[in-house]
Design a protein around this ligand. Structure first.
Ligand SMILES: *Cc1c(COP(=O)(O)O)cnc(C)c1O
Length: 421
């Protein structure tokens, strides 16, 4: 079958040799998935999920039982008091925007103690001037960068916390930065430190790409609120849209008043028939995340053994599903992305090319052959065409698809004469 898909014997053998060495790591990933599967199942059973909850509501969505029980399931599984899980949260950025703007008031200060947040948040916060930003509403922002070795600058953080500091935003995943991704245990250390300086500060974690990678989540180590996207890990590939905010009840209530309207809160918001895929996607998420993690580790080991710098490296522990590979040339980035695209179930016949995307300072190439537009729990890759010529890739709804994608990327690099096996 691999031959019929365009993978030559040499590439297949190379992949086979790498995969053989990963058995123990894959067993650990499966054990985590098993634990998290039980966690989700227990939450669903405790909430007495039933087929009535898959019914569609329309209009105001009053008494949408499925929506309310789905939120209860998220709250139970992630150990929060309350949850907002809605198709009306349009993306991760929107969910973060709602969580922040709901819980900050003019005169308050927002602190990021882990360096610059994800690109799209720059405009939400007003780090880059933008109409409607928190800055326009009188919310100031302060940032403490990580130390050069990737550790927290505790002294700097202590000095940055002041009487105005209301909320601290902690991004779990490195996103497209070069810093390491934070483990949940590390997030716990940071939260404890911040609370020791100012106990009433709200600790929010941008949990994107981190859900179900470990057995614990940030609410287990003292965070007050976690936020993420349903077209990443927790949607399990089945959620066609949505975001979540889970945590302390007063913070979630505030978020609900911001999302709908003061006085309305969680009581409105029709689920329009999406409850069933949202439940089912959450049910599948632990095993989907496991497949994506195996793909990331497989790629790290393949490209590391060919001499390319990879982050994380082939052996280190994982705290999100993103893998970076530095090719050092535009041709390498392009061939890799074309391989990922050629392995997709959707749009496999198109060949991606770099283009000048709005908001980026260099041409960017993106590969995505997804069932859900922009879904990055599905196998996807992108890279800016500028030094160091690194590609970021993530996802794969099944390990076998992730594996094919990586073998296909290697095939394209081999055919382009960029690697020799
Ligand atoms: C993806 C991501 C976001 C934004 O989510 P979108 O759904 O793309 O808007 C925010 N933070 C991090 C760390 C992310 O990975």
């Amino acid at each position: 079958m691999y031959e019929s898909l365009g993978i030559c014997d040499q590439v297949l053998d190379f992949g086979f040799q790498i995969e053989k060495k990963l058995k123990e790591r894959f067993d650990q990933i499966d054990a985590t998935a098993e634990y998290n599967q039980m966690k989700v199942l227990k939450a669903m059973q405790d909430c007495r999920v039933s087929d009535i909850h898959f019914a569609a509501t329309t209009g105001y969505g009053y008494n949408d039982l499925g929506r309310d029980v789905l939120e209860e399931v998220y709250a139970k599984a992630f150990h929060g008091e309350s949850a907002l899980v809605r198709p009306q949260l349009m993306s991760g950025t929107h969910a973060l925007h709602v969580a922040l703007s709901a819980n900050l008031r003019p005169g308050d200060e927002l602190l990021s103690p882990v360096g610059k947040p994800y690109d799209t948040l720059e405009e939400v916060i007003g780090i880059r001037d933008s109409a409607g930003s928190l800055k326009e509403y009188g919310v100031s922002y302060r940032q403490v960068d990580l130390l050069p070795d990737g550790s927290f600058d505790f002294e700097g953080i202590r000095n940055a916390i002041n009487e105005k500091t209301k909320l601290v935003t902690i991004q779990r995943s490195k996103g497209y930065a070069t810093r390491p991704t934070l483990s949940v245990a590390k997030i716990g250390e940071l939260v404890s430190f911040i609370k020791s300086v100012k106990p009433e500060v709200i600790c929010m974690v941008d949990n994107c790409y981190g859900e179900f990678v470990e057995r614990i989540e940030p609410l287990d180590v003292g965070a007050d609120m976690i936020v993420g996207s349903l077209i990443k890990n927790p949607g399990g590939g089945l959620a066609p849209i949505g975001g979540y905010i889970v945590g302390r009840k007063d913070l979630i209530d505030m978020a609900s008043y911001r999302l709908s309207a003061p006085g309305l809160g969680k009581e409105v918001g029709a689920s329009l028939g999406l409850n069933q895929p949202l439940f089912q996607g959450f049910f599948l998420a632990p095993t989907v995340v496991a497949g994506a993690l195996k793909g990331a580790i497989f790629a790290a080991n393949i490209y590391e053994s060919l001499g390319f710098p990879v982050v994380p490296n082939g052996t280190e522990s994982r705290h999100d599903i993103i893998q970076a590979v530095t090719f050092g040339t535009p041709e390498g980035v392009i061939a890799f992305c074309q391989g990922i695209q050629a392995a997709a179930p959707v749009d496999s016949f198109v060949s991606p090319e770099p283009w000048d995307m709005p908001g980026y300072d260099a041409p960017v190439i993106m590969a995505a052959g997804a069932f859900v537009q922009g879904s990055s729990i599905e196998l996807s890759a992108d890279g800016p065409i500028k030094p160091p010529y690194a590609v970021y890739f993530q996802g794969g709804l099944t390990w076998y698809h992730a594996k094919l994608g990586i073998l296909m990327s290697l095939q394209k690099l081999l055919e382009a004469g960029i690697v020799t096996l």
